[in-house]
Unconditional design. Structure first.
Length: 103
């Protein structure tokens, strides 16, 4: 499900079962992250799938990338792998007005 920045962040903050997932590259990750995020690079292909399969499917995933395209793709892949709840941040971190920290 695609959510606007405000909806995505508010929902993640109120969700005790939330996991924030950054699907950007290591270089992008090193430039700053949304607080609390974990990183699994979608460009790793099969490696991405292996890493995602290790995650807890009972959690709710708040997924972002730079602009929203890769995270949308990641949500689709995760859905196919049996994840029931994924939220894509529309516009990604490039349009993010919320907090950013260094990893």
């Amino acid at each position: 499900m695609n959510l606007s920045e405000q909806e995505w962040w508010d929902k993640a903050q109120k969700d005790s079962n939330a996991v924030i997932l950054d699907v950007r590259t290591q270089d992008e990750w090193n430039r700053g992250i949304i607080p609390g995020a974990i990183n699994i690079d979608i460009y790793k292909g099969q490696g991405f799938i292996y890493a995602v399969e290790e995650l807890d499917k009972t959690k709710n995933y708040y997924v972002y990338c730079a602009a929203g395209a890769r995270s949308g793709q990641a949500c689709g892949i995760m859905s196919q792998l049996g994840f029931e709840t994924t939220y894509n941040l529309v516009g990604g971190i490039s349009q993010w007005g919320g907090p950013v920290t260094m990893p």
